[in-house]
Write a protein that binds this ligand. Sequence first.
Ligand SMILES: Nc1ncnc2c1ncn2[C@@H]1O[C@H](COP(=O)(O)OP(=O)(O)OP(=O)(O)O)[C@@H](O)[C@H]1O
Ligand SMILES: [Mg+2]
Length: 405
Amino acid sequence: MRNLLTGLDIGTSKVCALVAEASPDGEVALLGHGAAPCTGLRKGVVVNIDATVEAIRAALDEAEKSSGQRIGSVVVGVAGPHIRGLNSHGIVAVRGGEVGARDVDRVIDAARAVAIPLDRQVLHILPQQFAVDDQEGVREPIGMAGVRLEARIHIVTAAQTYGQNLTKCCERAGITPLEMIFEPLASADAALFPEERELGVALLDIGGGTTDIVVFHAGAVMHTAVLPLGGNHLTSDIAAGIRTPIADAEKLKISYGAATNLIVRREEMVQVPGVGGREPKTIARRMLSDILEPRMEEIFAMAQREIVRSGVADCLASGVVLVGGTALLEGTQELAERIFGVPVRRGLPINLRGLPEELMKPMHTTAAGLILHQSAGRSVGAGMGRYGRWGRLRSRLSDWVRDFF
Ligand SMILES: Nc1ncnc2c1ncn2[C@@H]1O[C@H](COP(=O)(O)OP(=O)(O)OP(=O)(O)O)[C@@H](O)[C@H]1O
Ligand SMILES: [Mg+2]
């Protein structure tokens, strides 16, 4: 039987489905893909089930056609400002003088025993590091001698109703959601080099509706956050600023937009389509960057606050990596470097081999990461022993579903 891997990124702007196959030796080959514009979400959250189902179905149909495979189940990306990340820690006494797998399970349980409101569901438990007696910074404690085991973990939770709606959309589109992955973790898997996670890096996924943040240090997730701002806000700002319909504003942003005035020559002019039968007009390109720069600054300033909150802002030797469609906005890297004061690069889904050129773009990192996540043993992240690629205990969707009903 073929080992099919399928990822479904249900974003605010588009739904993207990828189908791949894992060979017995762990090689992953992409078989097909599909994408469809989606209007059913706002800020990463489903607000219109019919529109979302339609987009999922369209993306899946295309992916099925191009791969020649029928897709029955998928791993789905989860996003939205309702997602929260928090750090916690636990301590247990080690039984028998040597740390065993059971001690690790117990200490993780102790660390996750924090008050999580009933209307929230745990998405990921990500071990950061262990300490055995006074020995800190231990990644693989099993087999170490000691009497006290400590664990630091990062917990990601989501609103339950969100999962219910997403499940409903998938089921109505005729597929079973297998597992839900917080989107920037998937993006990180696709776009980051292992050394970057070690040395410290902040990944920003600037999509249409939200900006998702994940900060890594010493191979572990130190902080996660979702900002309720993304590329759609840039488009609305242009539409309001130069009084043009959203669709035209979007085209202008993509063709001529710039995140900072620094890269736009004063004399550069661009054509804006006329509204309501009026003649097209010519405006200075600077008008666009004047509108976009403050919004991009706002996004980066908010992101900077989250990075500081991670507690490792001063140790991000690998700087910042930008993914998501808005990372394509010209001048984004330059502006980000000015605000963060560290090197910034644009991330692509480089870790999924065999992606066609058209998918090698910053907006496809989430879908690629969802595929990589399933191909066990192809970890690009730090191994945290049996806690896996992101040092993560599997949180199966079936648990969500069981908890709902
Ligand atoms: N060349 C470009 N220049 C500027 N912005 C762009 C460009 N291409 C796409 N975008 C913007 O990227 C955004 C979509 O990015 P992406 O596909 O990553 O979002 P999404 O995953 O659908 O949304 P989210 O992750 O927020 O739910 C849109 O706002 C779009 O205008
Ligand atoms: Mg996205």
